[in-house]
Design a protein around this ligand. Structure first.
Ligand code: NAI
Length: 339
């Protein structure tokens, strides 16, 4: 692709995240153009394509990837559909931004990892966008700088207003805690070696059949302990906090910021309703960084290895959730392609 031309992007899956990424690529990101949208629901894709000059609607990802004006692919279909789209893109050596999860389980993630290795170079960035959130980036810099000493523990809190009706108890781990899995591996720069899921007495507002909230404990290779409170139906807003406890100090991020109102003898502020608003900046930086790297001919950000490791930890987490025991994680050796 000539560097002066905008990157032609096919967005596969145009639901909540995909439609937001189409808007982002069209209105916010520089150097990219949405040239294709793909959805198995033809009407949804057509409505989006009709609003963008030079954009074609497809119902089949492979057909979009074969189009002459598609240089790169952003996958935002549900997790179980990712493997087929990823393998199609790798088969055509197309750069990919794949929303998390890479794939829903470690066996399919491993197949994608092997396909990328056969290609011989990285082509996939996984959509773990917290790595692009300004507060998480500051926390990472502080931990890497070393002035606080080693991180001994991390406390994560991940609260959602409510989950959609199809959201299952397993998804509390595989869909939600997946973000803390990646954040932990990235912040501490090491693998998670074991996971235990505890379930307190459920909230009376939890949907029938779902134990909500849950408390997840990770053990890491260096012996750090990391806990995650995951609350799917807290009922008041979307909150993501993290606090690292180090040898010489603690760092906490995610406390509400933004206008703090004082009036009528009270002070307070607003809690964001969902991730689209809370992590808007992070998604913007993530996609811009992908477009920039891709136009330079490179690949950046969370890799297929990160996607595989996260899938393996989540799989162990779901097993622990089901069987009520500590589960160890056994990763393959990290291939040289992933440093
Ligand atoms: P959604 O259900 O709102 O949208 C999915 C869309 O994909 C639907 O329009 C559906 O018709 C379409 N679709 C299904 N199978 C397809 C296929 N084979 N080919 C093309 N289109 C297909 O789902 P949502 O919430 O937008 O999630 C999409 C992805 O984004 C998932 O992987 C999810 O885990 C991830 N996600 C990431 C978040 C983040 O913070 N990074 C937040 C929420 C979701």
């Amino acid at each position: 692709m000539p560097p002066q031309r905008a990157l032609g992007v096919a967005v596969v899956g145009t639901g909540k995240m995909g439609a937001d990424h189409v808007r982002r690529l069209h209105d916010v990101i520089s150097g990219a153009q949405v040239t294709a949208v793909v959805d198995i629901e033809a009407e949804r894709a057509k409505t989006l394509a009709d609003a963008i000059d030079g954009c074609t609607a497809y119902t089949d990802a492979a057909a979009a990837m074969a189009a002459h004006d598609v240089d790169a692919v952003l996958i935002a279909s549900p997790g179980p559909a990712h493997e087929a789209a990823l393998r199609e893109a790798l088969g055509r050596d197309l750069p990919v931004l794949c929303e998390k999860p890479l794939t829903p389980d470690s066996a399919s993630a491993l197949r994608v990892l092997e396909a990328e290795q056969r290609l011989g170079h990285r082509r996939i960035q996984v959509g773990f966008m917290r790595r692009y959130d300004p507060e998480y980036m500051k926390l990472k810099r502080l931990l890497d700088g070393g002035e606080l000493g080693r991180a001994l523990m991390v406390h994560h809190r991940h609260r959602n207003l409510a989950m959609p009706p199809w959201f299952t108890e397993e998804m509390l781990i595989s869909d939600s805690v997946a973000h803390e899995v990646d954040a932990t591996r990235w912040l501490l720069d090491q693998e998670i070696t074991a996971v235990t899921v505890h379930k307190p007495a459920p909230s009376s507002y939890a949907p029938a059949g779902m134990r909500d909230p849950q408390f997840v404990l990770f053990e890491t290779r260096s012996g750090a302990l990391v806990d995650v409170e995951i609350f799917g139906h807290c009922g008041y807003g979307y909150q993501v906090h993290a606090e690292a406890v180090c040898e010489r100090g603690t760092v906490r991020i995610g406390d509400e910021h933004g206008p703090r109102l004082s009036a009528d003898g009270r002070w307070g502020g607003r809690i964001t309703p969902d991730y689209v608003e809370r992590f808007e900046d992070a998604y913007d930086r993530e996609i811009q960084s992908w477009v920039d790297a891709t136009r330079r001919g490179g690949t950046t950000g969370p890799s297929t290895w990160d996607g595989y490791a996260a899938a393996a930890v989540c799989e162990a987490g779901v097993l622990s959730q089901r069987e009520g025991r500590r589960v160890e994680i056994d990763l393959i050796d990290r291939p040289s392609l992933y440093g």
